[in-house]
Design a protein around this ligand. Structure first.
Ligand code: 8X3
Length: 250
């Protein structure tokens, strides 16, 4: 059998990049996508130098035409990992900027929808396809100040759940991985609009927040189960976080 191909969105940093490294090490041919071309190209080169099959494409999942064009250029897709996403702001519902909500919906929900729609024919044709949606514990329970991110991740959760129902009977499974507190280079920094101090405070006193590699490990485990095994929803948090509001800070 020829090499299985995994398309990864959001592969320029954090969980997406870590997952690309893990799946490449598992023997997948990885197709790396993100808006930042230089980053995905550098990662593809790093993986190729290590003897893996990796290619890079600059792609903004919110650009429907670009997504269609990207999909047309692929000849095989076995796994789609929807990892592109992120949070902007921590304002209350009363104070939030609707443009931020729109931007979060665009990438976390509509972007995942667009690329999933575009690659679905190839995933079905593979005879054993996987769609993975990286949601968040923010998609399972609201919290104050979660605002548009909570709403968007509830949307991502609904996308995964609806798609799983609609694909039942097809050879494509739908996996959702919902991480809690993960420390990556960019997530909190983007959420706090570049305020490094506020971003760092999210992890204050938490012994070991999850890392991008921890989540990549979880995603890789779920994706590498036999095709008939569907990990519907996997919630992963650091030991120090028992619930969104219950974090041990030492
Ligand atoms: C990130 C988890 O707690 O910031 O998806 O919502 S949280």
């Amino acid at each position: 059998m020829s090499t299985r191909t995994a398309v990864i969105t959001g592969a320029s940093s954090g969980i997406g990049a870590a997952t690309a490294r893990r799946l490449a090490a598992e023997g997948y041919r990885v197709v790396l996508t993100a808006r930042r071309k230089d980053r995905v190209e550098a990662l593809a080169e790093e993986l190729a130098a290590a003897g893996h099959e990796a290619v890079a494409h600059a792609l903004d999942v919110t650009d429907r035409r670009a997504v269609r064009h990207f999909a047309d250029g692929l000849d095989r897709v076995d796994v789609l990992l929807n990892i592109a996403g992120g949070a902007i702001g921590t304002e209350t519902v009363a104070e939030a900027d609707p443009d931020d909500w729109t931007a979060m919906f665009a990438v976390n929900v509509v972007g995942a929808l667009q690329i999933t729609q575009a690659l679905l024919p190839a995933l079905v044709a593979s005879g054993d396809g996987t769609v993975l949606v990286l949601s968040s514990t923010a998609g399972l329970l609201p919290y104050e100040g979660g605002g548009g991110y909570v709403a968007a991740k509830h949307g991502a959760h609904a996308l995964a759940g609806t798609l799983r129902l609609e694909l039942c009977g097809s050879p494509v499974r739908v996996i959702e991985v919902a991480p809690g507190l993960v420390r990556t280079e960019e997530f909190a920094l983007n959420r706090f609009r570049g305020d490094a101090e506020r971003a760092a405070a999210v992890y204050d006193g938490v012994a070991r927040p999850l890392t991008a590699e921890d989540v990549a490990d979880t995603v890789t485990w779920a994706v590498t189960r036999p095709g008939h095994v569907n990990i519907d929803l996997l919630v992963v948090r650091p030991r120090a976080q028992a619930a969104h509001h219950k974090i041990h800070r030492g």
